[in-house]
Each structure stands twice: as structure tokens, then as C-alpha cells.
Design a protein around this ligand. Structure first.
Ligand code: ZN
Length: 88
């Protein structure tokens, strides 16, 4: 057996992944360079979302124009209802 002492200090001092594991503890694997997580928890290249939220689903149901249009339709329906009540 050799008496060589391994220098593992830089490896142990590297930033660690802090993802929550199934056993409720932190992951503790080394984080990928420039990332907060390890390769298994979202640190892998290409695993993050693109900038400007390009993956978000946009249906336009809550745009200013769509809300205004719904309000106009509701107002028109209310007026029609009043007219029908008066005609009774
Ligand atoms: Zn991890």
C-alpha cells in the first residue's frame, strides 16, 4: 500500500447541487459549471427554458382587447335583456 495522500480538497469544495431528493435531503452531487444544479437535476446543457418565455402557451383569452370585447358583448346582452323585459 502506498502512503500517497490524495488531494481531493478542490473537488470537495466545488459547488453542490441542492435539489430535493426523494429521501427529503439535498442531492449533493457536484453542480455543472455555471449552474446551480447537477447534470441529473436540470444542469445538463439544453435542459433549461429559452429566454423570454417562448415555451409559454399563449391563447390570447386574457388580452386587453379580448376582455374589452367580452365586456361589450355582456353589456349588449344586458341591454337586450332589459328591452325584452320592457316588451313583456
Ligand atoms: Zn442534483
Amino acid at each position: 500500500m502506498s502512503d500517497h495522500i490524495r488531494n481531493t480538497c478542490p473537488m470537495l469544495a466545488s459547488p453542490r447541487c441542492g435539489a430535493k431528493t426523494r429521501s427529503a435531503g439535498a442531492c449533493r452531487s457536484p453542480a455543472v459549471n455555471g449552474r446551480q444544479r447537477c447534470r441529473m437535476h436540470g444542469g445538463a446543457p439544453g435542459s433549461d427554458a429559452p429566454t423570454a418565455n417562448q415555451n409559454a402557451r399563449k391563447h390570447g383569452l386574457f388580452t386587453r382587447d379580448a376582455i374589452a370585447q367580452r365586456r361589450q358583448i355582456q353589456a349588449l346582452l344586458g341591454e337586450a335583456q332589459k328591452l325584452l323585459e320592457e316588451m313583456k
